[in-house]
Write a protein that binds this ligand. Structure first.
Ligand SMILES: *Cc1c(COP(=O)(O)O)cnc(C)c1O
Length: 396
């Protein structure tokens, strides 16, 4: 999956442009920068790629989530429906906004179950954040329909799914805002970076200001700009954006390769007894960063994960036991073990996450294994991986 596999001369060239001018800041210094605007270039090219009107680049995917929540007016005391299977950053962004994460179940798409989202809605619900996990889509049409019907804000966490789409429309462009990450283990990387996308001009203006201390970015004298809102600093540097510019131009090739590699492995595994696959609402739109499959029960799945590791098949994930991606191991959240008191803790309705019981999600995650799809594999390597995996599965 990751952009780190293909760091090359293109990235070095873009970074050199920045180093040669010495302008590391994305705003101003118009003469000194000699026409190099890396963050702006990235934003324009991402808009084109995703067929979306606005993009704002920022310092991380987590920052992108914080910016999106702020721009959409989600804050103190608002309930936000989230999945229990995501990278912890989704939850951290909600909590940091002063809002309250409310967990709904996932389904066999490994993403939010639209039926469960409906059941979690209260009079305090303000937004829903589906997370398009492991390169592929939630039932985004059904989730959007629920949000539209109930007048809820839809923010997509597409941090793991750049380049994926549902029925021809890019993930991240279905709701009010979509969020992307360009950290070193995502499909493409800036080293560190993130981005929000939207078709709404007002939300874009808020996101643009919020991520830079409220600056309106009008005119050419930064010190004289006005501040329509209080903001924060979530800026990206030109050095990071420069890496991203080169990486973004490789995205199509990355996705094509991943799809080809994944297809070969999936076809082979579909012959194995007991193996079934993650549901994909639109298989053609899968960015194919992972192949996720189900085994019949928890015991056989955990055993398989262990056997795969012992057989030297790297890049296999059993998320159910993972510290970072599934709620089962999030004791720090359950006990609200925090560095400083959270706004949420002042609320009468602050949830007790120790009492959460996500039966459906547990039943799915305890049977799920994901195999990371690498770009650098040769055909021989893929064949030998398949042989090893099939042998391990058949051994039981
Ligand atoms: C990586 C990731 C994030 C956070 O991105 P960073 O750039 O690492 O801050 C948020 N959500 C999901 C689902 C992610 O995978």
């Amino acid at each position: 999956m990751p952009g780190f596999e293909i760091f090359g001369d293109e990235e070095r060239k873009e970074v050199s442009d920045v180093l040669n001018t010495g302008v590391l800041f994305r705003y101003g210094f118009d003469a000194a920068r000699k026409g190099h605007w890396k963050a702006k270039t990235f934003e324009a090219e991402l808009c084109k790629k995703l067929n979306v009107k606005h993009c704002h680049l920022c310092s991380s995917g987590t920052a992108a989530l914080s910016i999106a929540l702020a721009a959409c007016g989600v804050g103190a005391g608002d309930e936000v429906i989230v999945p229990p299977f995501t990278f912890i950053a989704t939850i951290e962004a909600v909590v940091t906004a002063g809002a309250v994460p409310v967990f709904a179940e996932i389904d066999e798409t490994l993403c939010l179950d639209p039926e469960s989202v409906k059941e979690r809605i209260t009079e305090r619900t303000k937004a829903v954040i589906p997370v398009h996990m492991c390169g592929a889509m939630a039932q985004i049409d059904a989730i959007k329909a629920v949000c539209d019907e109930k007048c809820l804000i839809l923010i997509e966490d597409a941090c793991q799914s750049l380049g994926a789409s549902f029925k021809g429309k890019a993930l991240g462009t279905f709701g009010q805002m979509g969020c992307f990450s360009f950290d070193p283990v995502k499909t493409i990387t800036c080293g560190e970076g993130g981005g929000v996308v939207t078709n709404d001009e007002k939300l874009y203006a808020l996101a643009d200001s919020y991520s830079d201390h409220g600056h309106d970015h009008i005119g050419s004298d930064r010190g004289r700009e006005t501040h329509p809102i209080l903001g924060y600093n979530y800026r990206i540097s030109e050095l990071n954006a420069a890496v991203g510019v080169a990486q973004l131009r490789k995205l199509d090739i990355i996705i094509e390769k991943q799809r080809k590699h994944k297809k070969t492995i999936k076809t082979a595994l579909s012959q194995c007894p007991g193996v079934s696959f993650r549901k994909l609402p639109d298989e053609l739109g899968d960015s194919a960063t992972f192949l996720s499959f189900f085994m019949p029960d928890e015991a056989s799945t955990r055993q398989l994960a262990q056997n795969l590791a012992e057989a030297g098949v790297d890049g296999c994930f059993y998320w159910y036991d993972n510290n970072w991606h599934y709620i089962r191991q999030w004791d720090h959240l359950k006990t609200l073990n925090v560095a400083a008191k959270l706004p949420m803790q002042l609320l009468k309705y602050c949830p007790d996450y120790r009492k959460l019981n996500l039966v459906q999600s547990d039943a799915i995650m305890s049977r799920t294994i994901s195999i990371q799809i690498k770009l650098s594999w040769t055909e021989e390597e893929i064949e030998s991986r398949i042989a090893k995996i099939v042998k391990v599965i058949q051994k039981g």
